[in-house]
Structures are given as structure tokens and as C-alpha cells.
Design a protein around this ligand. Structure first.
Ligand SMILES: C[S@@+](CC[C@H](N)C(=O)[O-])C[C@H]1O[C@@H](n2cnc3c(N)ncnc32)[C@H](O)[C@@H]1O
Length: 203
């Protein structure tokens, strides 16, 4: 998620530089007045990660208008399965229509916790629940991930010291992942200002 993720795609869409499905999801986000799509640079990371899964299972919490999902789907193996959950009924139904002809993709309308039943996941993009930010609980890796499975989360400021800080306070959500005894985690800067967190589950 990013405050300007939808707008950040628009120049690329106009230049025809987006995968067709991503362009369609960006158009839906724009039409719906939904600003909080992932940044295109994060989308590129999602595409690389999806490619690495092969014929496995990919999950996403927080479908939004399907922009991140479209990046995932644009590189997913024909036999991969991608399930995304969104609690906003209107958005879930519009995105389900958009992905109607993409056989790997399924959209769930509901709370993010309902996604757990579709795992264990090889790749899990947490963008609408499960990150452990604020009062939201973090996923329990053993219940959600296959050994070696990867969690990806966006929207962190690049980390340059320890402990991680957010607005002057210790960033407990990020520390949770970077210190987790069952996860091997790092950050990847997708722009100079924004980083993603990647964490692999080791059983
Ligand atoms: C940051 S946006 C998602 C952006 C999208 N993943 C993308 O890459 O463009 C977060 C989405 O999570 C959804 N959401 C928030 N809380 C949720 C919950 N408890 N269960 C399911 N979806 C939730 C919001 O409605 C919103 O559409």
C-alpha cells in the first residue's frame, strides 16, 4: 500500500509500460477513487517473487483494486494458485470481475483471517491484515506458510539503525519480523524512500 500507489502507476500506464492486467487494475483503482494501491516498484518486486514460486500457492491479504494481485498474476506459473482476500464487498466483487478470465486467481470476500484455510502458502503478501501493525495481530508462520515460504510486506521507511523506529517510537511490527526466531528476514529498498520486508519461514 502507498498513499499514491495508484497515481504512481499512471505515467507508466499512459506509456504502455505496464502488463495489461496491471493497467486494467490501475484503471479500476482510478475509476473507484482508490489511491492506496501498491507502488509500481513494489509491484515489480511482487512479480519477481511470484515467478520464484513456480506451481505453488500465493496468498494476499487486502486485495484493494487488484494492482498488487495483477503484478503477482502477471508472472505466476500457469499452475500456480493465487488467492486474495478483501473485506470491502464492492472492491472484492469488482476485482473478481476483472480477474474472471485469469484461472490462477481466486478472490475471497471477507476478513483476512479467512485466507488461512487456503494455505499453506509459498508466498504471502500481507497488505490488508496479518502484518502485526497497530492492534492487528501478526500471522503465526507455522499456521500459514510452507517451510521456506516467504512473507512480503511493503510500506516501510528504509532501516538504517537498530532498533527500527517509526515516528520516533520503536517500530514493534518491524522488530517482530526481523527478530522472529522462526523467520529469516531482511529489507529490500524498492525506491530510495520505501522498503519492503521479506521474511522466510524456517521450520
Ligand atoms: C493497502 S490496500 C491494498 C492494496 C493492494 N494490495 C495493492 O497492491 O494494490 C489495503 C486493502 O486491505 C483491505 N482490508 C483492510 N482490512 C482488512 C481486513 N481485516 N480483511 C480484509 N481486507 C482488509 C482494505 O479494504 C484495502 O482494500
Amino acid at each position: 500500500m502507498a498513499m499514491n500507489g495508484t497515481a504512481a502507476h499512471e505515467g507508466l500506464a499512459a506509456a504502455g509500460e505496464l502488463p495489461a492486467l496491471v493497467g486494467a487494475a490501475v484503471a479500476l483503482a482510478r475509476e473507484s477513487g482508490f489511491a492506496y494501491s501498491s507502488l509500481p516498484e513494489h509491484g515489480e518486486l511482487l512479480r519477481v517473487l511470484a515467478r520464484g514460486v513456480g506451481p505453488g500457492v500465493i496468498g494476499e491479504t487486502g486485495t484493494g483494486c487488484g494492482v498488487g494481485l495483477a503484478w503477482l498474476a502477471s508472472a505466476a506459473h500457469p499452475n500456480a494458485r493465487i488467492i486474495s482476500v478483501e473485506h470491502d464487498a464492492e472492491r472484492a466483487s469488482r476485482v473478481a470481475e476483472l480477474f474472471h478470465d485469469v484461472p490462477q486467481v481466486g478472490i475471497l470476500r471477507g476478513d483476512w483471517l479467512e485466507l488461512r484455510g487456503y494455505g499453506p502458502f509459498d508466498l504471502l503478501a500481507l497488505d490488508g491484515g496479518g502484518q502485526g501493525k497497530g492492534t492487528d495481530p501478526a500471522i503465526e508462520p507455522a499456521e500459514w506458510l510452507r517451510p521456506g515460504g516467504l512473507v512480503v510486506m511493503d510500506d516501510f521507511a528504509p532501516l538504517s539503525g537498530w532498533p527500527p523506529l517509526f515516528q520516533g517510537e520503536v517500530d514493534e511490527a518491524r522488530r517482530h519480523w526481523l527478530d522472529h526466531p522462526r523467520m529469516r528476514a531482511t529489507q529490500v529498498n524498492v525506491t530510495p524512500e520505501w522498503s519492503a520486508l521479506l521474511a522466510a519461514y524456517v521450520a
